[in-house]
Design a protein around this ligand. Structure first.
Ligand code: IPD
Length: 301
């Protein structure tokens, strides 16, 4: 019920702030370590990073949830990487990225967050995204709006300002991400898409839209949050995992955003057909997010 969700939100906010302290502690330790590479591991390849803090934060979060909500299921980036891959059910399920933006975390680039989503009946219903470096807390409950709390200020409803209609992509600021898949075919497709978004059609860039600019924040959840806030018009990415998007979907949608594609991350039978493209049509009138959430499909826009 709505009241249950309110009380889960209070718990989740507190958990995000506690985890945030450990993230800051980890950042200090990593930045001051004499051999900065010592505690940094690789997952799929040399740019898919993991630190001991990703694992420690996830353990903290998992055990705290287990204590408070023993019947809830848990999906976490690091548990998944370690082989814990229970299929998603209709039960309430916390879906957690302990450190989203691990590369930023390792480099001391302060766009890092914990992303805590609650999924019920396979749909995201509650989200908390917390950037401890900036002390920005984004929250959302399906049907109850989304909010930003900065420092000790009172929560402010999102978006911060009403979206102006965008007549075309050419007036948009768009977040794109390079992701961790650096194979030639993926990088080629992505680069072509980026070129089409940023290129000047009059200078002969095929299909160029010449967006105001492209941004790459290096953190999927904070891209969702920034669209919800109104600082980005579009976030387009391929290859997100459920823990990258579960909290962001609720926060962006509750701020009036349109999320296309990311829901498919929660469908057992996701197919590439389910993914929306960036089109002029869906840009008109709304701030929105487009996330194309399928791993292994480079795609283009
Ligand atoms: C990644 C970051 C990155 C995005 C990837 C995510 P991680 O999460 O958000 O910016 O491009 O899609 O998986 O590995 O830092 O938790």
């Amino acid at each position: 019920t709505a009241t249950d969700l309110q009380s889960i939100l209070k718990f989740t906010e507190q958990l995000a702030r506690t985890a945030g302290k450990l993230i800051l502690e980890g950042s200090k330790a990593i930045q001051s370590a004499p051999d900065s590479q010592a505690d940094i591991g690789e997952k799929k390849n040399a740019v898919d990073l993991v630190t001991e803090y990703d694992v420690r934060v996830e353990e903290l979060v998992k055990s705290t949830i287990k204590e408070k909500y023993p019947d809830f299921q848990f999906v976490g980036e690091e548990s998944y990487a370690a082989g814990s891959r229970n299929p998603l059910t209709d039960e309430p399920t916390f879906c957690v990225d302990p450190i989203d933006g691990t590369t930023n975390f390792v480099h001391g680039f302060p766009f890092v967050c914990i992303s805590l989503g609650l999924i019920y009946k396979r749909r995201p219903v509650l989200g908390v995204i917390y950037n401890p470096f900036l002390d920005h807390l984004y929250t959302g409950i399906k049907g109850q709006g989304s909010f930003l709390t900065r420092g000790a200020s009172a929560p402010v409803k999102l978006p911060l300002s009403s979206p102006k209609p965008l007549p075309s992509l050419s007036q948009a600021i768009i977040a794109v991400e390079w992701g961790a898949d650096r194979t030639a075919s993926t990088i080629d497709s992505k680069s072509r898409s980026f070129g089409r978004l940023a290129g000047d059609p009059e200078q002969g860039v095929a299909g160029g839209k010449m967006a105001h600019s492209l941004r790459s924040m290096g953190c999927a959840a904070l891209n969702f949050a920034m669209v919800a806030q109104g600082g980005l018009d579009v976030y387009w990415e391929i290859g997100c995992w459920p823990w990258d998007v579960s909290a962001g979907i609720v926060i962006a949608e509750e701020a009036g955003g349109l999320v296309s594609g990311a829901h498919a991350a929660f469908e057992a039978t996701a197919s590439s057909d389910a993914f929306g493209d960036v089109t002029e049509e869906i840009l008109t009138g709304r701030k929105y997010v487009v996330v194309r959430a399928i791993a292994g499909n480079p795609g283009e826009t």
